[in-house]
Write a protein that binds this ligand. Structure first.
Ligand SMILES: *[C@@H]1O[C@H](CO)[C@@H](O)[C@H](O)[C@H]1NC(C)=O
Length: 221
């Protein structure tokens, strides 16, 4: 009897703990096509839906991922093109985002995290070195060839590097939120607005005032 009840308690605590890790809320209808005519007219968790009677196949389709992004627009040599409620209104409330990641030869998607989503990435073209760091500071890395996939757990710092010095790489990612969010670690710390006090960065990274200035400048801050 006692054994049973402690087992029950363990089961209950586990269930409660697991219940804390929630994905985007479940939709209450088949779909909720985002109203793209008046976006941002009021704030809402997600986007308001159009009348389902006006739903069209085109609301569920997009060609944004067919075009490569410009990898020269930043010093790292990458570009991410995302689906969202404006270019793919049919994914509103479904808890999904797709991303096309273009990486120039030896380009890098620098260490970053998505506060609201796990990510599974598939290498479509080129040679990738991907990895993430867990909360015990352990690194998991892998080389990916076309057709191979890797998963980055929610909120953990990860990167994608094109280790081929001659050819560009392309990856396709799926993220488990319609609004995954992204924070690039170097930019968030050194080019925030307003800037983080130099004293904090000097102590935090064990560097000098001059180093802080140089890193800020290199990152375009
Ligand atoms: C990605 O490329 C587009 C143009 O294709 C550009 O407007 C945008 O700034 C680029 N994004 C980054 C992060 O470099």
């Amino acid at each position: 009897m006692r054994k049973n009840s402690s087992f029950f308690h363990l089961f209950l605590s586990l269930a409660l703990l697991l219940g804390q890790a929630k994905p985007d809320p479940d939709p209450l209808q088949d779909y909720c096509i985002a109203d793209t005519i008046t976006p941002g007219s009021f704030y809402f968790n997600g986007a308001p839906c159009i009348n389902p009677k006006h739903a069209l196949p085109s609301h569920f389709t997009t060609s944004v991922l067919s075009k490569p992004g410009n990898t020269k627009a930043n010093p790292f040599g990458f570009n991410v093109t995302l689906t969202n409620t404006l270019n793919l209104p049919g994914l509103n409330t479904l808890g999904l985002t797709m991303a096309r990641v273009d990486i120039a030869a030896n380009g890098l998607v620098p260490p970053h995290l998505h506060p609201r989503a796990s990510e599974v990435t598939t290498c479509l073209k080129g040679l990738l070195l991907v990895g993430f760091v867990d909360t015990s500071n352990r690194v998991f890395t892998q080389q990916l060839r076309p057709g191979e996939s890797f998963v980055f757990p929610k909120s953990l710092i990860h990167f994608l590097y094109n280790y081929d010095s001659r050819a560009p790489a392309v990856a396709l990612s799926g993220l488990s939120s319609q609004n995954p969010g992204a924070q690039i670690v170097s930019l968030a710390t050194f080019t925030s607005n307003p800037p983080i006090d130099n004293e904090i960065l000097m102590k935090g990274f064990q560097i000098t005032d001059r180093d802080v200035a140089r890193i800020r400048k290199n990152l375009g801050g």
